[in-house]
Design a protein around this ligand. Sequence first.
Ligand code: COA
Length: 174
Amino acid sequence: MPFFFPWTVGSPGEIRLRLMQYHWAQRAEMSPAAWSLETTVRFDGEIVGCQSISTRDYLVTRTGETGSWLGMKHHGRGIGTLMRQALCAFMFDHLDAAEVTSAAFVDNPASLAVSRKVGYRENGIGRLKRRDGEMVLNQKLVLTADTLNRAEPELKVEGALQLRDFLGLNGRDQ
Ligand SMILES: CC(C)(COP(=O)(O)OP(=O)(O)OC[C@H]1O[C@@H](n2cnc3c(N)ncnc32)[C@H](O)[C@@H]1OP(=O)(O)O)[C@@H](O)C(=O)NCCC(=O)NCCS
């Protein structure tokens, strides 16, 4: 259970419903004051996972926290690194981020390896509840544009201007 929210707890039907309700809620609540951009990850045309960034007061703070998952059969092929590189490059190049943060439980070597490869640096350790009665140490991480290891080839982006407008980044809502 590598998540701050216990996504993986429950029957397959419960997990499916919770996943859909989460995504519907994120879309419904998106505003310049608080937003979560949940991007679909496709590999060879198949939907394989999700790469997100969540923030509030972004117009002032210019920071957001990444989160990600891939279906288990897609782990370990470099997709997790590519999708994080893509979203972080998008944040710095198109949404004017000053930094991007992440965090992973200390017993999640794959997520920590991705963060290390992408260029995040360690930013303290916190204590969280993972399950009832179980504490877990949470490694916090931070990335700035100067240490981002970019993927090849260069990121191609469409629709960024409309998203900037929606998020208040073109001045209208500031
Ligand atoms: C985290 C996640 C998205 C990474 O995706 P991925 O495609 O498997 O990642 P990559 O293949 O790009 O890289 C994984 C790295 O972790 C390393 N790794 C994986 N398991 C490891 C282990 N048990 N010990 C040490 N390193 C490990 C791999 O060697 C690889 O590093 P390398 O390229 O230097 O060899 C994926 O594992 C996942 O969905 N996990 C479950 C959800 C999750 O943990 N989300 C993050 C919550 S904070």
